[in-house]
Design a protein around this ligand. Sequence first.
Ligand SMILES: [Zn+2]
Length: 245
Amino acid sequence: MIKQYPVDYIAITQGYSDDHKSIDLGWKDNPNVPILSCGSGYVENIYYLNDGGNVLKIKYDDKTSTAFMHLKSDSIIVKVGDRVIRGQNVATMGDTGDATGVHLHLVMYDESGNRINPTKYLYAFPNQTINPEDESIVMRYNTYVEYTVQSGDTLWSIARKYNTTWQQIYENNKEVIGDNPNLIYPGQVLKIPNNVITYTVQPGDTLWSIAKEYNTTWQQIYENNKEVIGDNPNLIYPGQILIIS
Ligand SMILES: [Zn+2]
């Protein structure tokens, strides 16, 4: 699953280290920054910590989770158990708990609950801006693909084709579509966030090592790429392009 950074302006004010197994995200012009779900999943928990302040925890469909901390008081607009999608506004940045200023303290966990470095898993989407100083920290980028509307298409049918939601397509194409997401016309060119992760095999790679890197299983990668790999999952070659998810 491709997950995005939870803010539209990515400013990493403190990176991931042994002393700070999380990242801090800051703000630029206005501290009331909408906090967005990184992916599709469920609201797992909402609670208060003396140090973390208001905390919202989301469990994603790939079993990873994130905790958003120091959230502004009364800003959480989802409930425990709610379904959320990538990019959905769930709360507002704040400074509750033991925070020196308004920022988002973002903790990310793997499926076993171990803390992992968010910059290795989150993608910067094309509609997100990266603070120039942080371009070296952000590791993964997503891109748009262009789609020309055909007669009979709806945002919903296009979303299905591209493994995304009609809301995400609408969000990224409001200027083209206008106020009514039910009205699209043949010939309109829409920008679809690319939800497919590909990987080019390097010397020494195995499906297992690639799967570990992307937090998936070698079986899943093999399943996605049988036509490229052939009958033997132990034989992959440098230069092959594999679809990860
Ligand atoms: Zn922090």
